[in-house]
Design a protein around this ligand. Structure first.
Ligand SMILES: [Zn+2]
Length: 158
């Protein structure tokens, strides 16, 4: 979960989202989060919906979520892009810019901010909410969020 911007305005405690029965609690156990997630299938689309609901509930604090953050170890991420949301199942980076930049990110699962390196742009293939194959290029903050969330799928924390 990338909370780089919003976290600055919120206290660091485990705030719960708006209560909605599909909204899940956020996991902060680093041992659990360090495990790699498994490939998602069509059967995981309901989990993807839960993930999206949870991200929407935390929208004021966070711009991205990976499924293991809500206890589901499947390769699913949800990100917010201004006013829209995008859910990706099995996101995979096909190409990335040679150029990287140093930045600091926060994560609701972790305290504070940590430095990391991100690529300027990435090209990603993934399955959408209809489990259709997609391929798309992202840059800027959106690319940064996606890189952060894909790292979660690989058990990597910033
Ligand atoms: Zn995170």
């Amino acid at each position: 979960m990338l909370c780089r911007i919003i976290q600055r305005f919120a206290s660091g405690n485990q705030e719960r989202g708006d209560r909605d029965n599909m909204v899940q609690d956020i996991i902060r156990n680093e041992t659990f989060l360090a495990e790699k997630s498994e490939i998602a299938t069509k059967e995981d689309l309901s989990a993807a919906t839960d993930l999206l609901d949870t991200l929407k509930a935390y929208r004021h604090r966070c711009v991205g979520l990976a499924a293991n953050m809500i206890g589901i170890r499947k390769r699913i991420i949800a990100i917010r892009m201004e006013d829209t949301y995008l859910v990706m199942l099995n996101p995979e980076i096909l190409k990335k810019s040679a150029r990287t930049y140093k930045t600091a990110e926060g994560c609701l699962s972790l305290d504070g901010e940590r430095e990391t390196l991100r690529h300027d742009w990435i090209e990603v293939k993934f399955r959408d909410m209809e489990f259709k194959k997609q391929r798309q290029k992202f840059s800027g903050l959106t690319a940064q969020i996606i890189q952060h969330e894909i790292d979660h799928c690989d058990g990597i924390l910033i």
